[in-house]
Design a protein around this ligand. Structure first.
Ligand code: NAD
Length: 522
């Protein structure tokens, strides 16, 4: 018998501080619209990054539980694929309204488990909510095409769901990334196995509750937990037809290769090293604020964090002012009023980031602003690193080559726009890039020549809204980025096109002799 376990929070009661939790509850998994306690003996401890207090234990679902989740999704698919698109749109409208109602509760879960500030966590929810809102236009998005291709003959296309699909999510956007997948996968008629990050599944569990309340039939969305073993299960399970992955390169390249080898569709968004080219003619104040926010917001743990600045010509003289603005940011626990950035996700992550700062020092760079060793008085046990700026960096240094994923900005100097473009294009990653300039022709030249998927012109984090798609490039996507998340390409990913050619009129007038040549146009 399944051991049912309700969620502990509600839309009106949720954590608003970092106090130690007296009776820690294990995170349930979600199958057939029910929260269930896992029978596993393997758990992953989840700590509040601001205090390292235990928040919950996340189960590693057993193979039996993983199989049961897939079986549930397979059963659900039989009926769900036959519902009308207007029915699914109606469910999505309710889901959207519920996310809005539970916005603060979702954000609080993110602040507690992931560490980002409450205001930033609300943005994490909003960016996902917008995808759910866009998914409400499914009747438009799912329309096929029709053309009279010859006399009495027409060709029509239909978009059909794939079946059971899966999503494997990273820790840094606990609401947004699950919401890149849940709305589009389900509104197109698929059923979904979601595996949130084992480091912060709380927001995904609240979304599961909202799935149930919105009226999704049981099994349309199931949520399972675990790490490598659960991922391998998903990659090898024949019933799962497509896998969406967002996370780092090591896991993502492996997942793309193994999933593709098993005949699945795989879309995989990976790591990044996003550059800003700064031209002397830009609005200096706007650049200073934009880069400070985009480099250090969310403690630099965004795939679109602006982590690398390429200073053209005399703009390198603005570095002391940049350091002043970075220094003015308040590093504190996410529920504290006025906090600009919180801790990084784990003590291991903190040690890794500090190691990269030390490597820069050893390789001859300058640590203009050193955030190592900082601790807010009230939270001495958190994973703290204050904003750090490394200057005089060269492309050979480790701090330039690796994604740091922390509140660390690396700065390189060049003499011209051409040099800036060459340097950025030589980098292996190609997620986002920005240019700061007041010149239209300069921006246009940059836009044409730059090799990156998402370009900001005086915009530091140019993440496209959901009527467009998230279009990373180079090593920031697996498989050349053929399948991108949300927008029309997201609908393509989750649907199979069926193309039907019909001959309706004049069939009795057809010659008695079979025609064996390929038809030609006439
Ligand atoms: P991660 O790769 O460590 O984990 C992502 C998921 O993969 C998790 O669910 C985890 O359980 C699983 N996983 C991890 N290692 C695995 C392995 N060896 N085998 C199988 N499964 C494994 O990523 P993360 O640290 O959670 O997230 C941060 C990374 O995600 C950064 O590199 C960031 O740039 C990237 N990211 C990219 C985008 C994008 O759209 N390009 C968006 C958000 C985050």
């Amino acid at each position: 018998a399944l051991h049912l376990r309700p969620l502990e929070t509600t839309a009106t009661s949720f954590p608003t501080n970092h106090n130690k939790i007296e009776s820690v509850q294990d995170t349930p998994y979600f199958v057939d619209n029910q929260f269930v306690a896992s029978n596993t003996s393997e758990f992953i401890d989840l700590h509040d990054p601001a205090t390292n207090n235990l928040v919950t234990r996340v189960p590693q679902n057993t193979d039996e539980e993983l199989k049961a989740a897939v079986a549930s999704a397979e059963r659900a698919f039989v009926k769900w694929k036959s519902t009308s698109v207007l029915y699914r749109q109606g469910v999505m409208f309710k889901f959207v309204a519920l996310i809005r109602e539970n916005w603060d509760r979702l954000a609080a879960s993110i602040t507690l488990e992931q560490g980002k500030t409450f205001a930033d966590a609300r943005g994490d929810v909003l960016r996902g909510l917008q995808v759910a809102e866009a998914a409400c236009s499914a009747p438009e998005l799912l329309k096929g095409e029709v053309l009279e291709v010859a006399k009495d003959m027409e060709t029509r296309t239909y978009r059909e769901p794939l079946g059971v699909v899966a999503a494997i999510c990273p820790f840094n956007f606990p609401a947004m990334i699950p919401l890149w997948c849940i709305p589009i996968a389900t509104v197109t008629g698929n059923t979904l196995i979601l595996k949130p990050s084992e480091r912060d599944p709380g927001a995904a569990m609240i979304l599961a509750e909202l799935v149930q309340k919105a009226g999704f039939p049981e099994g349309v969305v199931n949520v399972v937990h675990g790490a490598h073993r659960a991922v391998n299960f998903i990659l090898d399970e024949p019933a799962i037809k497509a896998v969406s992955f967002v996370g780092g390169n090591k896991a993502g390249e492996y997942i793309f290769t193994r999933g593709s080898a098993n005949g699945k569709r795989v879309q995989a968004n990976l790591g990044a090293k996003n550059h800003a080219a700064v031209l002397p003619d830009c609005n200096k104040n706007q650049f200073l604020n934009a880069v400070t926010g985009a480099a250090f917001g969310a403690a630099g743990q965004r795939c679109m964090a602006l982590s690398t600045v390429v200073l053209v010509g005399e703009t390198k003289e603005w570095l002391p002012e940049l350091a002043e603005r970075a220094k003015a940011l308040q590093v504190n626990a996410g529920f504290e009023a006025g906090a600009d950035l919180g801790p990084v996700i784990s003590p291991q992550s903190k040690a890794r980031i500090e190691g990269l700062i030390a490597s820069a020092e050893a390789e001859g760079a300058t640590i203009l602003l050193d955030g190592r060793g900082f601790k807010p008085a009230k939270y001495p046990n958190g994973n703290w690193i204050a904003p750090t700026i490394i200057t005089n960096v060269t492309p050979q240094m480790q701090c330039y080559k690796e994604e740091i994923f922390g509140p660390v900005l690396v700065c390189l100097n060049v003499d011209s726009l051409d040099e800036a473009i060459d340097l950025i294009n030589d980098n292996e990653y190609g997620n986002g890039v920005a240019i700061f300039t007041r010149s239209g022709p300069t921006a246009e030249e940059f836009r044409r020549r730059i090799q990156a998927g998402q370009v900001g012109i005086n915009v530091p984090i140019p993440v496209p809204l959901p009527m467009f798609s998230f279009t990373g490039n180079k090593k920031s996507v697996a498989g050349g980025g053929a399948s991108t998340f949300y927008g029309k390409p997201g609908v393509n990913f989750y649907t199979q096109t069926k193309t039907v050619t019909s001959l309706w009129a004049g069939t009795d007038a057809i010659s008695k002799k079979a025609d064996v040549a390929m038809p030609t146009q006439s």
